[in-house]
Ligand binder design. Structure first.
Ligand code: G16
Ligand code: MG
Length: 215
């Protein structure tokens, strides 16, 4: 049976996408580049530098390496200010009860997030104690859809990938879970997450009982 479950952060545990959006929007405005909530959808689950590159590309702007590093850093400083507002009220519906049920049932619980700020966000949400391991972008070479981040979490949890479940809201994330040979729970719409083994439209639908009917 399944022994471990590995959660994505943004879009699964909480919605940091709005804070990423506000920070990127400010940067894009400063540079005079077009950016809106719709463009922000494409940035979900992908790294900070890849996000910047998509924004520059959409505005037909080319910059050197150092300038891109400076802008990515500037966006992150603003983002870090914004996430200081995060409280446990920002947990997505049903998440605390699902984590509680999983932990009482003896599941090992991990996190695999593309965000280098994952530890800080989890701390502000006051759910750190649920997680046996948090793997973020700083400790892996390849981003999602590569399976590395999920495989690293499984290894640290000392559970074989085929006994692990991954939970993701991004297409690249579900692809990463499937490439890691894990059971994939998708949170969102079927048109993006068709590869998921079990698809829910909201985190509210997540429960141990519902899960047991799918694995
Ligand atoms: C999150 C967000 C992405 C963001 C990435 C990197 O991924 O969904 O939009 O670009 O983290 O964040 P940071 O700039 O804080 O390192 P995830 O994997 O938690 O969904
Ligand atoms: Mg996500």
């Amino acid at each position: 049976g399944k022994k471990a479950i590995i959660f994505d952060l943004d879009g699964v545990i909480t919605d940091t996408a709005e804070y990423h959006y506000l920070a990127w929007k400010q940067l894009a405005d400063d540079l005079g580049l077009p950016f809106d909530r719709n463009s922000n959808e494409r940035l979900k689950g992908i790294s900070r530098m890849e996000s910047l590159e998509l924004i520059l590309e959409a505005g037909n702007k080319e910059l050197g390496h150092d300038e891109k590093e400076r802008l990515a850093h500037k966006k992150n400083e603003h983002y870090k200010e914004l996430i200081q507002q995060i409280t446990p009220d920002d947990l997505l519906p049903g998440i605390v009860s699902f984590l509680t049920e999983l932990s009482e049932a003896g599941f090992k619980i991990g996190m695999a997030s593309a965000s280098k700020n994952a530890q800080e966000v989890v701390r502000r949400l006051e759910v750190t104690s649920f997680f046996h391991v948090i793997v973020d972008a700083a400790s892996v070479k390849k981003g999602k859809p590569d399976p590395e981040i999920f495989l690293t979490a499984a290894q640290l949890l000392e559970v074989e990938p085929n006994a692990c479940i991954g939970v993701e809201d991004a297409q690249a994330g579900v692809q990463a879970i499937k490439s890691a040979n894990m059971f994939a729970i998708g949170v969102g719409e079927a048109r993006h997450l068709s590869e998921a083994d079990w698809l829910v439209t909201s985190t509210e639908e997540l429960s141990l009982k519902a899960l047991s009917e799918h694995i």
